[in-house]
Design a protein around this ligand. Structure first.
Ligand code: NAD
Length: 345
């Protein structure tokens, strides 16, 4: 299959690019290369004849039309987005432009291309979204695909809007879409402003490890390589018009996740143990959702997918990766706003 992957220089997109090429698919990576992008993430496949890169912005409709005509993909996997909740609180405009207007542009470009090609049956538009569109849970319950949308942050509201557009393009125009809503990802190549790398890098540098509020916020943690595997499965076998929730079956309170990372740091750097002495509780994020949990039964029962690692195994691999790949993350600390978020500026 020839797959056009938007956002393929980002964290999850690059994992999908690497896995798709490894499985013999042709990949066109379309990315505008924002602060969150890094072509080093795809260096392992960039010389492959199966790989091509197009630097383009999904807000630029003409560029999308040109790229579709040039590469004639069988499928589009749409991951390009502004993705950081804290940044969406500081400056929501970019989130509306990329996540809402950009998705609209891509849908229109895809619809025009698909119609001009005679509406090929095998074409798929796979929209990648988040469980944050469902809002926040109490102590019990899980998000299913039927949970009503209730986004709380500018980020989740922009992703919810994009999900609605994708469904509308299916219902109104018949565009063959599939959607996925996943929980929090972690793993190698995660940009160093997100929780897991912040904890690892601050622990490594002996700096305070910031934990929002009382640390009791609960997330379901999904190893990024498991997520990439689930996404390719949904692309190939998911039912048109359906959405699938993808979770890691790993619910954890933030404070427990942070302690677990510290324990892996203690194992790997016993001289600096105990790393959890660095934990420092900070003022909570405004509108911080308390608990997210995914009911993964649809993807498990319909497509036979389950995560391959527990959060303990995945975190161990991730901590080891960050310690072994300092050349990857050191240059990123100088990028726009990242030092401030890590407490290094
Ligand atoms: P990321 O921020 O690491 O990467 C996003 C990529 O999109 C970057 O390479 C960036 O350059 C590109 N991009 C941004 N704006 C663009 C534009 N206007 N045109 C073209 N490219 C643009 O994000 P991620 O964590 O890899 O997330 C990928 C997708 O998965 C997003 O749609 C996100 O909403 C969704 N998601 C992420 C998580 C998570 O835990 N990271 C969880 C649920 C859903």
């Amino acid at each position: 299959m020839k797959i056009l992957i938007t956002g393929g220089a980002g964290f999850i997109g690059s994992a999908v690019v690497r896995l798709a090429v490894a499985r013999g698919h042709s990949v066109v990576n379309l990315d505008s290369l924002t602060y969150a992008a890094n072509l080093e993430n795809v260096a392992s496949v960039s010389q492959s004849p199966l790989y091509a890169f197009e630097q383009a912005d999904i807000r630029d409709r003409a560029a999308l039309d040109r790229i579709l005509a040039r590469h004639r993909p069988d499928a589009i996997m749409h991951l390009a987005a502004e993705s950081h909740v804290d940044r969406s609180i500081d400056g929501p405009g970019a989130f509306i432009e990329t996540n809402v207007t950009g998705t609209y542009n891509l849908l229109e470009a895809a619809r025009a291309w698909w119609s001009a090609e005679g509406r090929p049956e095998r074409f798929r538009f796979h929209h990648i979204s988040t469980d944050e569109v469902f809002g926040s849970l109490g102590e019990t319950g899980q998000f299913t695909e039927a949970t009503p949308y209730d986004p709380r942050s500018p980020y989740s509201a922009s992703k919810a809007a994009s999900d609605h557009l994708v469904r509308a393009w299916h219902k109104t125009y018949g565009l063959p879409v599939v959607l996925t809503n996943c929980s929090n990802n972690y793993g190698p190549f995660h940009f160093p402003e997100k929780l897991v790398p912040v904890v690892i890098l601050n622990a490594l540098h002996g700096r305070p490890i910031p934990v929002y509020g009382d640390g009791g916020n609960v997330r379901d943690w999904l190893y990024v390589e498991d997520h990439a595997d689930a996404l390719l499965l949904v692309l190939e076998r998911g039912r048109i018009g359906r959405s699938y929730n993808i979770g890691g079956e790993n619910e954890a309170r933030n404070i427990d996740l942070v302690r677990s990372i510290c324990a892996h740091m203690d194992r790997l750097r016993p001289d600096a143990a105990p790393h959890d002495r660095l934990i420092s509780f900070v003022a909570d994020r405004p509108g911080h959702d308390r608990r997210y949990a995914i009911d993964p039964s649809r993807i498990r029962d319909e497509l036979g997918w389950r995560p391959s690692v527990t959060v303990e195994e995945g975190l161990g691999r991730t901590v080891e990766w960050y310690l072994e790949n300092q050349d990857w993350w050191r240059p990123l600390l100088a990028r726009q706003g990242v030092g401030e978020r890590l407490g290094t500026a």
